[in-house]
Design a protein around this ligand. Structure first.
Ligand SMILES: Cc1ncc(COP(=O)(O)O)c(C=O)c1O
Length: 405
């Protein structure tokens, strides 16, 4: 196991913690840089806003995909220019629009928000350059667009173009489309990118402007389960480069962006929790761990889904739930003898079960369980105040081997 000695040593004085590995993040940045020539990247802060993670990723030249004023401010405080921060989210308050005004490119999520931005620009006496989030008339992997709380339906946007063109305080400079996270089929992503560029071309022509950016959103998936093949980023990057060679003639002023969160941080972080107790009840062996549902929510949510959702398709549950077998549980020490155990937490709810009836190396109180794929949507999604437990620490392992708290 990677970093096993470091984890063992950290576990001597802690009952639960996250460990983010800078070297792993840097390696994944390098992969994207090599595999996607001509593409600029934004980091989706929402998946892991740990200060050292942000410093690492922004320090490597990524811009920011910010989903709140708080995230705009995090990126801005780390020195990112307004041009490098894209603020795109549904339902922005007046305070959020005003606060982000000089710190980010604001991407409007509805026609109502476009109107509010135009009013605000009028009151401030300066025109504003904005992006538009589009809900296209195609689906992610099918021909038809779906109703969505995100963005503006393409046909509604086209119908609003005469007004947008006349509005003196508005300048439309870019488009943002994001329909789905966690896709590992490069050909599906490529077809989606192609469709997005067609929409961009249509809107650019209708708006009578030259777009400064086209943001194709995320979608870049990672393997979670043991059977999952990784996304072929090389093939995807080559395909996108081919599309963009043509695109550059059609969008001569545009920067092409992809957003990503989990690709950089998901596999670069682990969650570690200590076995506090072991008991047998009516023939079942339970290991009681520190901070399960409240420390790292996603494995427990997967078990809940397993209990209640049956085998049906689970659409729209990201990032809370990806799939049933998304995490591995690696004990330290790793004994040869195995046993069937349930990994439960120390909360007063039966819902905090990370793994049920699974074969694992035998564990005893004081041992550690390392949970994989915990670097994204881990600490941020977990209800750490529940039950007033001491929350897990978030630790950062620098490329030089130093631990930062
Ligand atoms: C608009 C948008 N962009 C980017 C992301 C990041 O997705 P991922 O972490 O899968 O890269 C999300 C995730 O919810 C999103 O909603």
């Amino acid at each position: 196991m990677k970093n096993q000695e470091i984890i063992s040593s950290l576990g001597q004085t802690r009952d639960s913690f996250y460990l983010y590995d800078q070297r792993a993040i840097l390696d994944r940045i390098q992969t994207l840089r090599e595999d996607f020539p001509g593409v600029s990247f934004l980091y989706s802060i929402k998946c892991n806003p740990h200060p050292q993670v942000l410093k690492t990723i922004f320090g490597a030249g990524f811009g920011a995909d910010a989903a709140s004023l708080g995230e705009v401010e995090l990126a801005s405080a780390l020195g990112l220019s307004g041009q490098s921060i894209q603020f795109s989210a549904p339902g922005k308050s007046d305070a959020a629009l005003e606060g982000a005004w000089d710190k980010a490119v604001i991407t409007a999520d509805s026609l109502n928000e476009v109107r509010r931005l135009a009013d605000l620009a009028r009151r401030r006496g300066t025109p504003v350059k904005i992006g538009l989030r589009v809900n296209p008339s195609f689906g992610f992997d099918g021909p038809d667009g779906l109703p969505s709380k995100f963005g503006m339906d393409e046909d509604q946007l086209l119908a609003a173009v005469p007004w947008l063109r006349q509005e003196p305080h508005l300048q439309i400079v870019g488009l943002h489309i994001h329909l789905k996270s966690q896709e590992r089929r490069s050909e599906v992503l490529l077809a989606y990118y192609k469709n997005c560029l067609s929409v961009a071309l249509e809107l650019q022509a209708a708006l009578g402007c030259e777009l400064a950016f086209i943001n194709l959103g995320s979608g870049i998936g990672i393997p979670y389960g043991p059977e999952d093949a990784p996304l072929d980023t090389k093939a995807l990057g080559q395909g996108l480069a081919r599309l963009w060679r043509k695109g550059q003639r059609l969008f001569p002023k545009a920067t092409l962006y992809l957003e990503t969160g989990r690709f950089l941080t998901g596999p670069s972080g682990v969650y570690v929790t200590k076995v506090l107790d072991k008991k047998v009840s009516r023939g079942k062996t339970f290991l009681i761990l520190q901070n399960t549902l409240n420390g790292f929510l996603r494995p427990s949510v997967a078990r809940l889904i397993e209990s209640y959702a049956g085998e049906g398709d689970l659409i729209g549950t990201e990032p809370l739930f990806t799939q049933r077998d998304a995490f591995r549980f690696l004990p330290i020490p790793c004994r040869e003898e195995t046993e069937v155990v349930t990994l439960a937490g120390n909360l007063c709810t039966g819902a905090d079960v990370m793994a049920r009836d699974c074969h694992l190396p035998r564990m005893e109180p004081g041992d550690l369980v390392v949970v994989t794929n915990a670097g994204s949507y881990g600490a941020v999604l977990s209800p750490m105040q529940f039950s007033s437990q001491v929350p897990p620490q978030e630790l950062f392992l620098t490329a030089e081997g130093q631990i930062l708290e």
